[in-house]
Ligand binder design. Structure first.
Ligand code: KDG
Length: 336
């Protein structure tokens, strides 16, 4: 009985402390419109939901995140501009669509840059990745954390892509990013830049033949309904980045900054764990739903790498010499 009483008293004490802590902290009632491009049941949507619940718990419900999925608040680029203008509070989107605002983010589009998720996590969450996030403040954005979109693979409705030559003439939708356009033109496809929100219809109407995305996205966006062939190329590791409007952020209290940042770090772990677990079953799901999966040979991947190599020289020559040197040195250290 005594032990039970002790437990109850301890619980009450902890509850009182939490209540005092959240009361002592300086939180104001705020609605946070958080836009994203994928569906609510995607890895992206589930992580937004996790972030919303975590932040509400930390702030006693004061900071209330309302998620808007399926690009309902606009494409990545439209949302980035809405954040800069202060018309929207937060979003998560691709680093690839940020290059119009800060071209340094193009480094993450370099083909075959990361060999595995350990390298990606270490670079993105370390000094290199944080420096890029910090630089966004000068552009009216607050870069908070990176999430995982994942390693990108090719799908199309015309033929299995077993060799680089099979890409010839394929109308391939790519993100609105010069490196993706140049890379796939160089590989023999006809690259068609397009926002994510237009992609399903473009595939369904054969405006484009194919696209490239991680298997989680191929599943959650139901691309298997309009794409027959999947080729596992893992040609780029794609990060997502959680952003806030700096105009809005600057009005928040230090306690609110702390709560958002801590909830964002928690959501990063959740999202990566969820994405990596979901990826294991996505391939089985896609095969079950009729996709013909090609494991591209090492020889053909080597050929893709060689053909895409000039992208790094081009990016460095466009004013990113030091950035390329730094990330190559960081990766060399990791690979020792
Ligand atoms: O809002 C969609 C973006 O998150 C984007 O990253 C999805 O990878 C994507 C693509 O191909 O547009």
């Amino acid at each position: 009985m005594k032990k039970q009483m002790r437990t109850i008293m301890l619980g009450l004490g902890l509850a009182a402390m939490t209540a005092v802590t959240s009361q002592a902290a300086d939180y104001h009632s705020r609605i946070i419109r958080f836009g994203y491009g994928l569906s609510a049941d995607s890895n992206q949507g589930k992580a937004v939901d996790f972030f919303a619940k975590d932040l509400a718990k930390r702030t006693g419900g004061k900071l209330h995140v309302k998620g808007f999925g399926n690009a309902s608040l606009g494409s990545d680029i439209q949302m980035q501009n809405a954040l800069i203008g202060g018309a929207q509070e937060m979003m998560v989107g691709s680093t690839a669509t940020l290059v119009g605002i800060d071209s340094d983010f193009g480094v993450y589009d370099l083909p075959f840059l990361f060999s595995n998720t350990k390298e990606a996590d270490t670079i993105l969450d370390g000094p290199f990745g944080q420096k890029l996030l910090n630089a966004l403040q000068a552009k009216g954005l607050v870069g908070i954390v990176y999430w995982e979109n994942g390693f990108r693979n090719l799908t199309n409705s015309v033929r299995p892509i077993k060799t680089v030559a099979d890409l010839k003439g394929i109308k391939l939708r790519v993100m609105q990013n010069p490196m993706y356009i140049d890379m796939f033109d160089r590989l023999g496809a006809n690259a068609v830049p397009m926002s994510f929100s237009e992609l399903f219809t473009a595939l369904e109407t054969h405006t484009v033949d194919g696209q490239e995305n991680p298997v989680n996205t191929i599943e959650s966006s139901k691309f298997y309904e309009v794409q027959k062939y999947l080729s596992l190329t893992k040609h780029v590791y794609s990060p997502w980045v959680m952003l806030a409007s700096k105009a809005w952020w600057d009005k928040l209290t230090p306690d609110e900054h702390k709560a958002i940042t801590e909830a964002a770090v928690d959501s990063r772990k959740f999202e990566r764990d969820y994405s990596r677990s979901a990826q294991k079953t996505a391939l089985t799901f896609l095969k079950k739903h009729g996709m013909q999966v090609t494991v591209v040979s090492d020889a053909q991947l080597a050929k893709m790498r060689d053909l895409a190599k000039p992208e790094m020289e081009k990016f460095a020559a466009a004013g990113h010499q030091q950035e390329v040197k730094t990330i190559e040195a960081d990766l060399a250290k990791l690979r020792k």
